[in-house]
Design a protein around this ligand. Structure first.
Ligand SMILES: C[S@@+](CC[C@H](N)C(=O)[O-])C[C@H]1O[C@@H](n2cnc3c(N)ncnc32)[C@H](O)[C@@H]1O
Length: 263
């Protein structure tokens, strides 16, 4: 079953980058793949000179930190998100970068002419979009002939299902973290193929080995606004801490990858 999308909850979750940063932090501290997701993503992207790049749902634009300077000559980068709070944060970060501009955009209604971009990026956000067909039609419309669409996403057999099973031990009827992502590694190729001629999936091999239980609890707390998760966090902490004390780490599988689509 896929995530029920409540636009108001998604807006509240991303009104600023507090929740997103807590979530990124768990992965940054406890991932077993030491290359890191962002350096790996930049190995997959191909940017040539004089192109226009649009990122949709960029969040706090963490992936661009320290990388804007090394973009090829003549590149124009537009960072966008539908959250005003995120756009304010990103505008502040890149105010001095002449190659970068920031604006508020809903992926379902992109305010640019047809074929305006060589590259469009939408990472870890398509599963939040109420009308994904409208969103993908818009992305296709604004990409040039031979342009590329990059969309990173998660799979369903990972952190969320691990946390759901743990909560179920205390609340057998809980729906918290019960639903998978509506756009995920497993179904992404099928969904994208309706709009793009050539869709390739590349996986990032990784897992979590969590040595600090509090970091896992912070990750769960950062999701409360979209999960309606009515749990006793002390009880849950003790449960995970027993595992950590017994095994030395809390081991959780990860499924993450990137779809590279051509128009
Ligand atoms: C999980 S965050 C991912 C942020 C960033 N892409 C990353 O990989 O770290 C999802 C982002 O998508 C944004 N978002 C959700 N729905 C959107 C929509 N319809 N149009 C544009 N952005 C949206 C949220 O505000 C949030 O910043």
């Amino acid at each position: 079953m896929s995530t029920m999308i409540k636009s108001e909850n998604v807006k509240e979750q991303y009104s600023d980058d507090g929740n997103l940063s807590a979530r990124i932090s768990l992965h940054a501290k406890h991932s077993t793949n030491k290359q890191g997701l962002v350096p790996w993503l930049f190995e997959q992207y191909y940017f040539s000179q004089d192109i226009r790049i649009l990122e949709l749902g960029c969040g706090n634009a963490d992936q661009w930190e320290g990388r804007v300077e090394s973009l090829p000559k003549g590149v124009e980068l537009i960072l966008s998100d539908f959250s005003e709070g995120m756009v304010d944060i990103v505008s502040g970060k890149y105010v001095k970068e002449t190659k970068v501009s920031c604006q508020r955009i809903d992926i379902q209604n992109i305010p640019f002419e047809d074929e305006a971009f060589d590259i469009v990026i939408a990472n870890f956000m398509l599963y939040h979009v109420p009308d994904i067909d409208k969103a993908l039609m818009e992305v296709k419309r604004v990409i040039k002939e031979n342009g590329k669409f990059y969309a990173a996403t998660n799979g369903n057999g990972e952190l969320r299902s691990f946390v759901h099973k743990a909560i179920k031990k205390f609340k057998p009827d809980t729906q918290a973290f019960a639903h998978g992502f509506s756009f995920n590694l497993q179904n992404g190729q099928g969904i994208l193929s309706k709009y793009f001629s050539n869709v390739e999936r590349v996986d990032f091999e990784d897992s979590l080995a969590i040595t600090n239980t509090e970091d896992l609890i912070d990750w769960i707390k950062s999701s409360v606004s979209i999960e309606e998760c009515d749990v006793d966090f002390d009880e849950l902490y003790d449960y995970f801490e027993d595992i950590r004390a017994r095994d030395g780490v809390i081991s959780i599988p990860k499924e993450c990858g990137l779809f590279i689509s051509k128009k």
